[in-house]
Design a protein. Structure first.
Length: 277
């Protein structure tokens, strides 16, 4: 059953099914106009699927070709037998997937893990027209944090982390006033493949990108949730100061880590105005 925030009249195209081979082609779901002048690629956080972008898809589908990607082991994307060496491998998953979908140049919108992948793409390919980095950082906790989390998930499953993630991902007020929506996200986390989560966590364990930021020359929008303790406005400020191209920064209040879900009006206003420039 689609989440009630999904726009039912957003034109959706058949999903690209994942295949396994020498490359990992991820599952994508497309919305909007396939012949639009611009394509927007959406990359969500670890432990969420493309459905986390429902409130953004609803406003983007009229003007763009929207390609929402599920990370390896998330949604209908496969979990490869080989673990990634780092975020670069996850980014190459995305590039392989976009190649298979016939996407050339694109604007990328990434949140958390998706924001790390988006940073790598913006720095290392010439295909990114604009980049939005939301609730992310150049360093996301390192080996100690992710070894612990991945160990828990490999042993006990993603459900073992779901409750703590809801505490970190949403403000107290939102959890109380939108209990059904938080439960929907909680259930999404529980459905993520355990090894798929862990492989993405393995990649984040080696993520340390500040020195690479000057390679990003495309226009950038950074978005921070004012109440996000895991990726703070200072973390987004580091990105804004480090890139070489034009940058705009927005801090959204209220909003914790899943700021695109919690405060979609403010998030969408910043996003659509940036993309339209």
């Amino acid at each position: 059953m689609p989440h009630p925030t999904t726009r039912d009249d957003a034109k959706q195209f058949p999903p690209k099914r994942a295949t396994m081979g020498t490359m990992t082609t991820l599952h994508t779901t497309e919305f909007g106009n396939p012949d639009a002048a611009r394509t927007v690629v959406l990359l969500s956080s670890i432990a969420t699927t493309h459905e986390a972008w429902n409130k953004q898809i609803a406003v983007l589908a009229d003007d763009y070709r929207v390609v929402a990607v599920d990370h390896r082991g998330h949604g209908d994307s496969p979990t490869p037998n080989t673990r990634p060496a780092g975020v670069e491998d996850l980014a190459r998953d995305v590039l392989d997937t976009l190649d298979a979908a016939g996407v050339g140049r694109f604007c990328v919108v990434g949140l958390s893990l998706g924001g790390a992948i988006a940073q790598w793409l913006a720095a290392n390919t010439d295909r990114v027209d604009k980049a939005v980095f939301a609730a992310t950082a150049t360093y996301l906790g390192g080996e100690e944090r992710w070894a612990e989390r991945c160990g828990i998930v490999r042993r006990d499953g993603t459900g073992a982390l779901a409750g703590a993630l809801m505490q970190a991902w949403f403000t107290d007020t939102f959890r109380q006033s939108h209990a059904d929506e938080v439960r929907w996200v909680h259930d999404m986390v529980e459905r993520i493949d355990d090894e798929g989560y862990a492989q993405n966590g393995d990649a984040l364990a080696t993520w340390d990108f500040e020195a690479e930021l000057p390679k990003i020359t495309c226009p950038v929008l950074t978005i921070a949730g004012a109440d996000d303790a895991s990726t703070t406005s200072a973390d987004l400020g580091t990105i804004a100061k480090g890139v070489s191209g034009p940058v705009r920064s927005v801090v959204i209040s209220p909003g914790a880590h899943q700021v695109a879900i919690e405060n979609p009006d403010a998030f969408n206003s910043a996003l659509t105005s940036f993309l339209a420039e």
